[in-house]
Design a protein around this ligand. Sequence first.
Ligand code: B1M
Length: 212
Amino acid sequence: MSILNEISELVIEGNIEGTKAKVELAVEQGIGAVSILDEGLMPGINEIGERFAKFEIFVPNVLMSAKAMNISVEVIQPLLTASGAKPIGTAVIGTVKGDLHDIGKNLVALMMKSSGLEVIDLGSDIGADKYIEAIEKYEPDVIGLSALLTTTMNEQGRIIKAIEEKGLRDKIKIMVGGAPVTQAWADKIGADAFTADAADAARWAKNYVVNK
Ligand code: B1M
């Protein structure tokens, strides 16, 4: 079994320390951070999602796998982020209120950092008030709203509305994403951009800030 397959298996097992150690070994062996992410960690967490949907595993299993994933992403983070250079712009990002899923949001933050943006990560379970506070404080170029549940997608719309009502809508571009989110949904709630994955999100944000 290749080391990348072993990483996937360890994520599926929810083996937190084992996954971290294997990712560190892969880095030592010179395997690229993007390969570790795309061919090791991501297939593992995706498999967990499928098993969870089929009731083969339960929330505690998913939680362990999520922890294994997050701790391992921290290991490869320095390899993905640009260092030292002056930021090209600022992004504020979070997972919306009622939603605790943060792995995808963390990846979007990571990829944006690696594209040269300064990223203010508000965390998860973030409502309109905290986004508004952050817009006033950091004056970002873009804000990102991540949602993983069909129920919390609605919160994306509520946050956009609240930002409009506060008179701040013209100052920023609003990006939405997350597994259940689509372009049609983004259009419906008046977002400026929908992107399907973290790399695309970072590309969109970078393209906007360098051309604005
Ligand atoms: Co939950 N969960 N979960 N979960 N969970 C899903 C989302 C689910 C699809 C599983 C399933 O049934 N197959 C399902 C949602 C069903 C639905 O609404 N349609 C679900 C459910 C039901 C729940 C609970 C309600 C379960 C329960 O308690 N009964 C509960 C809700 C808790 C809450 O949030 N209030 C819950 C809890 C949890 C855990 C806490 C155990 C854990 C999260 C831990 C954590 O994040 N720290 C968890 C996990 C891990 C998952 C799955 C298995 C994996 C999600 C993930 O991290 N994927 C997930 C199944 C799945 O999605 N396959 C599932 C990897 C990640 C990299 O992908 O987040 O999609 P993703 O991000 C992608 C893109 O979407 C995009 O970029 C990333 C890739 O590059 N992206 C953006 C994300 N945000 C973006 C923002 C952007 C642009 C792109 O711009 C701003």
